[in-house]
Ligand binder design. Structure first.
Ligand code: FEO
Ligand code: CA
Ligand code: CA
Length: 661
């Protein structure tokens, strides 16, 4: 069932992650070439382009696909949907895709109903936040039908949230400067939500008076723990201890630990800081490596802590992994500094054979690194409390990929190799505060934007999503990043030595080079069984179901980039069908696909539809602009009463049963 969003319409400026990888030349990239291809024939103004795209596929490619499919069918038996573009979501036939939680939905008994024309920070702090990204499920009493949904709210799109702040200047969106009220709402719309949910008669419901329901925002008090806690570089005028910080920023993907806590990864925190730091300031090198301050948000105009000229250490208090004990809504979330400070994408974990717990960590920037953290202590499945500080001690590693298909995890430990006082690393605190520079000195492999990384308990492998890197030049190609101007990304599969997730070396393979396999210059490597609907670009989040099968969601497919919206694809990883991909669900125009997450019984897939309607241009073909405004004079059918709303969607099989058997 396809549901319209009761929505109408900021470009993901922080998602571009140009940073230190930014290449100032204006050479034409593969991305430009492909973009032109799709803009010419992929998107027909005012109508759906599906048939137009289908018509561009070479007949030979279709024949090959059909022949190969007969020989090695995908293990996924659902009927693939058509890739395309419209303002609705679509799921495979035989499944329901029901909106469960939208931005603004009240999540406490005393929370006000969403009123987009009368927003306030107080209301927003009691309602579901904006731009849902990571989705986790923590079972209550072991149930697959009653649990806590934990959801990150990564960032805000003001032009999509607030009416009356957009002007069109020379065909582009111009957003009015923020006032304090707007900034306070933005801060309340960030962070995360913990919401009790229950399945009644096959349909998921929000338990609005759930005792464990909680909103975490950019002002929630938190504690810094681990090797950097209390370090001078974390002290500010407001906090002489260097341990107490307010809020979390840009929580992208995340994780749920084996002991049932919720992990929020702080990704593009640089955008929240403004002002100027003196070039000879002791933190200047540190901040330059991270792009701080970037100043996309205007919070620093109202709150001095976000102005680096006034509070120069505040940015050192962000860029961490945050752990939340969901069993106690009054608990202080903990920023676990042992896991390093960078643009943390996510933190999926698995218990190694010896009981230590391994967290896989991506640093999402062009030419940045893949990390993992191995706890010192062991997981105790019979004593939850004994696990609660496991994340304060352990070893952080950065990955180095060799041309011969092997890799090594290099320990980021103060005193070892170049990580000494001579290089500015006086203690482990310095190593974790400047994790990227430590990785630089160790010679880690510069990757094509590492996003979500997923260990797979069933087959012992680990999947690394590398979303794209159009700045990689031909002389920067290596075996693990095999394409110059990598517009569409790729997926790498890791096999840890001896199947031990805590190993310090292993073997790797490229599972998939993404993009349209019918365009030879793209160099995609989907199996020939993959249809024209089945290929995708820009892998971002991923999940494995309990059968160990891989599901990939994307960020960046669009009319211009690939002639299709983002979505959720099921990807075969084993046997003859390896690298076959099938489209299961797709999002409305302008949205990115986040989540995904399977309930423990595999009977529900939760997906997060982020920034639907966005795009920085008018979606005139769908009778709506890419911002929130009363434009009924331009689009007579336009409904000004409700903005486009990011949402978590629950996908179930009609009549019950596992999503994919
Ligand atoms: Fe927030 Fe790297 O995606
Ligand atoms: Ca992401
Ligand atoms: Ca994931």
């Amino acid at each position: 069932m396809n549901q319209p969003y009761d929505q109408k319409f900021r470009t993901s400026m922080l998602e571009d992650n140009a940073g230190p990888g930014h290449n100032p030349t204006d050479n034409r990239t593969m991305g430009d070439i492909i973009a032109r291809r799709f803009s010419r024939r992929g998107f027909l103004q005012g109508s759906l382009a599906v048939s137009a795209i289908a018509a561009t596929v070479s007949p030979i490619a279709i024949l090959l696909a059909d022949d190969a499919r007969a020989a090695s069918a995908s293990a996924f038996v659902f009927d693939e949907i058509e890739a395309g573009i419209d303002d609705k979501h679509h799921v495979a036939s035989g499944y329901d895709a029901d909106v469960l939680l939208r931005w603004g939905d009240p999540i406490f008994a005393d929370a006000p109903e969403f009123d987009p024309l009368n927003q306030s920070a107080e209301s927003q702090a009691k309602q579901f936040g904006y731009n849902n990204d990571y989705v986790g499920y923590i079972a209550l009493e072991g149930s697959s039908e009653h649990g806590l949904l934990v959801v990150n709210h990564e960032y805000t799109n003001e032009h999509l949230m607030f009416p009356g702040i957009v002007k069109i200047v020379e065909g582009k969106i111009d957003v009015a400067p923020a006032d304090q009220k707007r900034v306070d709402i933005e801060m309340a719309a960030h962070g995360g939500s913990i919401v009790e949910i229950r399945k009644d008669a096959g349909k998921w419901q929000v338990v609005r008076d759930g005792k464990l329901n909680r909103r975490i925002t950019s002002t929630t008090e938190m504690q810094l723990t681990g090797p950097a806690a209390g370090n001078d570089r974390l002290k500010t005028n407001a906090d002489a201890t260097g341990t107490k910080v307010f809020g979390t920023l840009n929580n992208c993907a995340g994780g749920v630990t084996p002991w049932g806590t919720y992990i929020m990864a702080e990704e593009n925190f640089h955008g929240y800081f403004g002002g100027e730091l003196a070039a000879d300031h002791p933190e200047a090198t540190n901040y330059k490596r991270l792009g701080v301050p970037e100043g996309t948000y205007e919070w620093f105009k109202f709150y001095d802590r976000f102005d680096v000229s006034k509070e120069p250490n505040e940015p050192n208090r962000f860029g961490w992994i945050v752990e939340v004990d969901v069993n106690d809504p009054t608990s202080l979330p903990k920023k676990r500094t042992a896991l390093g400070r960078f643009k943390h994408e996510g933190a999926e974990s698995i218990v190694a054979a010896d009981g230590r717990v391994v967290f896989y960590l991506g640093d999402d920037e062009r030419f940045d690194y893949v990390y993992k953290f191995v706890t010192k202590g062991k997981f105790n499945p019979n004593d939850r409390a004994a696990n609660l500080d496991l994340l304060d001690e352990g070893t952080l590693y950065v990955a180095k990929f060799a041309e011969d298909g092997t890799f090594a995890w290099l320990p980021l430990v103060q005193g070892e190799g170049p990580l000494t006082a001579d290089n500015g690393f006086v203690s482990q605190a310095d190593v974790v505060i400047e994790t990227r520079r430590a990785g630089d000195l160790l010679g880690a492999t510069k990757m094509d934007r590492p996003e979500d990384i997923q260990p797979n308990a069933v087959n012992g492998k680990v999947y690394v999503m590398l979303t794209n890197n159009t700045k990689r030049k031909a002389d920067q190609v290596d075996a693990a990043n095999p394409r110059a101007e990598n517009a569409f990304g790729h997926i790498i599969e890791l096999i840890e030595d001896g199947g031990d997730f805590a190993a310090t070396k292993g073997k790797w393979e490229v599972l998939l080079k993404c993009g349209d396999p019918s365009v030879a210059e793209v160099g995609a490597s989907f199996s020939t069984s993959t249809t024209q609907n089945g290929w995708f670009g820009m892998p971002d989040n991923c999940s494995v179901d309990s059968a160990g099968r891989l599901w990939v969601s994307t960020d960046g497919n669009s009319p211009k980039a690939t002639g299709r919206t983002d979505g959720l694809w099921a990807v075969d990883t084993e046997g003859e069908a390896r690298a076959t991909s099938k489209l299961f669900f797709r999002v409305p125009v302008g949205a990115e696909m986040c989540g995904p997450l399977f309930a423990p019984d595999d009977q529900t897939a939760f997906v997060a539809v982020q920034h639907p309607g966005d795009g920085g241009e008018d979606w005139e073909g769908f009778g709506r602009p890419s911002y929130y405004e009363d434009l009924s004079t331009r689009w007579p059918d336009f409904k000004p009463d409700m903005p486009v709303r990011p949402a978590v969607v629950a996908i179930t099989k009609q009549g019950g049963g596992k999503i994919a058997v």
